[in-house]
Design a protein around this ligand. Structure first.
Ligand code: PMP
Length: 434
């Protein structure tokens, strides 16, 4: 049982994401999770709408994932990857290369999404380190999010990630405006003007462009037009700049394609994946490159890529990731995501008419209700828990990205809770306070 003392200890001694240590937002103790349900220590059951931040794509406590973990655990939980290798890493590598966009062939196993972004950026810099031009800058879109470590932060939206706080410490990179042309709107060629201008002016110093393909996640939950991604690829080719696709959130089916790059039929030079890679069971990510990038790095003055985390290629994480990819390989995810997309569209689009709602967007298994006012976090969280759902909004955004195995009934319950929430003015910050 989770006692009052446990709660107090947690409140006073454990940091939770994005909340004050002096006056933290409440945390709800969880006893267990099964399928698409989280069971609180109080016994209350919540339908899971977040997949633990895009990760638990197959639902919780999946028997195949558990089996993969326990079978591996008794062989070895971990050995260093320097000078040693093992079957779980090789099996995972094979499964990954079978599904990633064609042309990607060299895999660096990293410990988390942010680290895989650090690795990708460092690879791009090292790729250019031996040549005539020392190209060391990055170009990206405003409204992006790539993680919380330093290099990753430097390419996140400058306002959201408060670059002003780190001025003088964070490297300064180049940003073009937030994409305006929505995924399903007619393409406007002028949308790529800012990119064309940035390439023309700065290509000599650009190591890479880094973007979240199609879906800008934590930076605003926007879905932009595939043609923009196509233009970015074309400009990268024309000016010889690398393209890093951060598919940490979008990878493994979330947008209706295995990878969001497929909406634009492009292959990046460097791909980052994480989150759903292990079906949400363990932390693991990967940075995957073309032969050209790997060759360039290996021919650079250092002679190798200068990175090697302690838990690189962790066998437990590799074994469970391989199993997660096997579940995806069976193919059910595609129909599941299509069904979720249909239900989200039918269920959430009527909210477009609501006075408290600015926009509703749906793509694949992602549903976003953008409100006019930011939510009152503690109040709306308590409201959702009372409704028997786990939905964690941020800012003006209430959104769903459920496990692919969610039932029609469970998804209907999540959407009903959102309908009820937007009715309650008290769950939003008053207009004169933001
Ligand atoms: N890139 C994107 C697009 C993400 O959504 C996230 C996580 N929200 C990250 C990078 C960072 O991943 P992690 O939290 O595993 O470090």
């Amino acid at each position: 049982m989770f006692s009052t003392e446990d709660s107090e200890f947690d409140r006073h001694h454990l940091w939770h994401p994005y909340t004050s240590m002096l006056n933290p937002l409440p945390c709800y103790p969880v006893a267990s999770a099964q399928g698409c349900c989280i069971t609180l220590e109080t016994g209350q059951q919540l339908v899971e709408g977040m997949s633990s931040w895009w990760a638990a794509i197959h639902g919780y406590n999946h028997p195949d994932l558990n089996r993969a973990l326990s079978e591996q655990m008794v062989k070895m939980s971990h050995v260093m990857f320097g000078g040693l290798t093992h079957r779980p890493a090789v099996a995972l590598g094979r499964q990954l290369l079978a599904i990633v966009p064609q042309g990607l062939s060299k895999i660096f196993l990293a410990d988390s999404g942010s680290v895989s972004v650090e690795v990708a950026m460092k690879m791009a810099m090292q790729f250019w380190s031996g040549g005539q031009q020392r190209k060391q800058k990055f170009l990206t879109l405003r409204g992006g999010y790539h993680g919380d470590t330093y290099a990753a932060m430097s390419v996140c939206d400058p306002d959201n990630s408060m670059h002003s706080l780190w001025k003088g410490y964070l490297p300064e990179h180049l940003f073009v405006p937030v994409p305006q042309c929505a995924f399903d709107h007619p393409w406007q060629e002028s949308e790529a003007d800012a990119l064309r201008a940035a390439f023309a002016e700065h290509h000599h110093s650009l190591a890479a462009v880094i973007v979240e393909p199609i879906v800008q996640g934590a930076g605003g939950m926007r879905f932009y037009h595939p043609q923009l991604l196509k233009r970015i690829r074309e400009l990268c080719d024309r000016y010889d700049v690398l393209l890093i696709a951060d598919e940490i959130a979008t990878g493994f089916g979330r947008t209706g394609k295995m990878f969001a790059c497929e909406h634009a039929k492009i292959t990046p030079d460097i791909l980052c994946v994480g989150k759903g890679l292990t079906g949400g069971t363990m932390t693991l990510a990967a940075t995957i490159t073309t032969d050209r990038v790997a060759k360039g790095i290996s021919n650079s003055p250092a002679g190798c890529f200068m990175h090697g985390p302690t838990f690189m290629g962790n066998p437990l994480a590799c074994a469970v990731a391989t199993e997660s990819l096997k579940i995806l390989a069976k193919g059910d995810w595609s129909q599941q995501v299509t069904r979720i997309e249909q239900q989200l569209k039918t269920g959430l689009y009527p909210l477009r008419e609501h006075k408290n709602v600015n926009d509703v967007r749906v793509l694949g298994a992602i549903g976003v209700v953008e409100c006019h006012r930011p939510v009152a976090m503690a109040e709306i969280q308590a409201f959702f828990v009372n409704q028997g759902v786990w939905i964690r909004p941020f800012g003006k955004l209430i959104y769903l990205m459920p496990p692919y195995v969610i039932s029609e009934e469970q998804l209907a319950k999540l959407m009903a809770a959102i309908f009820n929430a937007v009715e309650q003015d008290a769950l939003f910050i008053p207009p004169d306070s933001f």
